[in-house]
Design a protein around this ligand. Structure first.
Ligand SMILES: [Zn+2]
Ligand SMILES: [Zn+2]
Length: 206
């Protein structure tokens, strides 16, 4: 049995996830990721106010697939709901300014992850946003671990490395996939055909 493999290969069914898998620009990555996150908070019951979330794409981040950039609130602690008005008064800043965090998406990670890895990354970051909005800070402690498990995300910030494996069309040489770890596709690449030339798929280590 052979399967077709194209640069757009995507196992997910949701139209949002399908669109997300096809992002070709920074703008599309933000739009697709934001649309997915809005679905995910409903599906997984994550408490996030998107009005206080800004988005950016990083082309410089090297090790983190994504990150939540946020103001540091002195004395904030996970488990202790933060008094935003009090904190803003003490720091001489407005609540909206203090409460705004930025979800920074690493472009190269998006490119090397499959869409399932990317949506799991987004859910991990949503738990950070949920904690920050509730407590004024976030970490990877016991409460985070519990929430991450509940939303089917990894506990550690998803690691990201340059892809180790490159899949190319055996006929024309075009890249039809990249994977950063040994996965089923890497092991069984001879089960796939390229969509460009309907030829075999070669796998090589970078
Ligand atoms: Zn994290
Ligand atoms: Zn080809």
């Amino acid at each position: 049995m052979t399967r077709q493999l194209s640069p757009d290969d995507d196992p997910a069914d949701s139209p949002t996830v399908r669109a997300l898998a096809h992002a070709g620009t920074h703008e599309e990555l933000i739009l697709g990721s934001r649309a997915y996150c809005r679905e995910a908070v409903r599906e997984y019951d994550i408490d996030v106010a998107f009005s206080s979330v800004e988005w950016e794409v990083s082309t410089r981040a090297k090790r983190r697939a994504a990150a939540v950039k946020r103001p540091k609130l002195p004395d904030a602690e996970v488990g202790e709901p933060v008094d935003w008005n009090g904190a803003a008064d003490r720091l001489g800043r407005s609540v909206p300014e203090l409460r705004t965090c930025t979800l920074s998406l690493t472009w190269a990670a998006y490119e090397s992850f499959d869409v399932g890895e990317w949506t799991a990354t987004l859910r991990h970051e949503l738990v950070h946003v949920e904690q920050f909005q509730r407590y004024g800070t976030t970490d990877h402690g016991p409460e985070f671990r519990e929430r991450a498990a509940a939303v089917d995300a990894t506990v550690k910030c998803p690691p990201f490395a340059d892809p180790k494996y490159v899949l190319t069309c055996a006929a024309c040489g075009r890249v039809v996939g990249r994977r950063y770890r040994d996965c089923k596709l890497v092991r069984e690449h001879d089960q796939y055909r390229s969509s460009c030339c309907d030829a075999g798929v070669k796998c090589s280590r970078e």
